[in-house]
Design a protein around this ligand. Sequence first.
Ligand code: GDP
Length: 198
Amino acid sequence: FAGDWQFIWASPSIETLPPMQGLEVAFAGRSNVGKSSLINALTGRNALARTSHTPGRTQELIFFEGPEAANFRLVDMPGYGYASAPKAKIASWTSLIHNFLQGRSTLARVYVLIDARHGLKEVDQDVLNTLDKSAVSYQIVLTKADQVKPAELAQCRIDVEAGLRKHPAAYPELLVTSSRTGAGMPELRAAMIKLIGE
Ligand code: GDP
């Protein structure tokens, strides 16, 4: 995983996606869940994904290419669920994601990020429903684990696991991470390397 990661493509619509090539892993989550921080921590590039203070402004799929030239890409999906989003914006997010998930045969997994302080919200459930309808495997990643006490983290795991029972398509194992402490990053990298190898 170490090495040069670079931005290669930003796509505001399904018509402008990069050609399918190699393997892709995508990251989704509510805005402010810590998605940019996680991508930066994973790749060791501090400013690869912009950490944004104006949530939800960009409705784009952002593609990053890894060191194994042209063989592995990370896809940063637009954040969802910010409180003031107009209905039309939610609809355009859902449509972009739905269309992206259909027939993207290079997409090996979607990681859905959930803030360990907040757990699964209704808007996350909606996204999981969208994922259930696609053929792509997905897995939950808890973020900001450094922000909760061990007992709260354990409760969050129990609650999220219970919520996942409605989504048999979800990979059952949760990954627990903190971009701040680096916790869970080796496990997440290992999971991706395993995907590449499969
Ligand atoms: P995004 O909107 O999902 O891309 O979220 P960002 O990565 O921009 O993070 C949102 C806020 O959460 C920022 O203030 C980050 O510094 C903070 N944050 C992200 N990850 C962590 C983490 O693992 N631990 C802590 N304590 N804060 C985090």
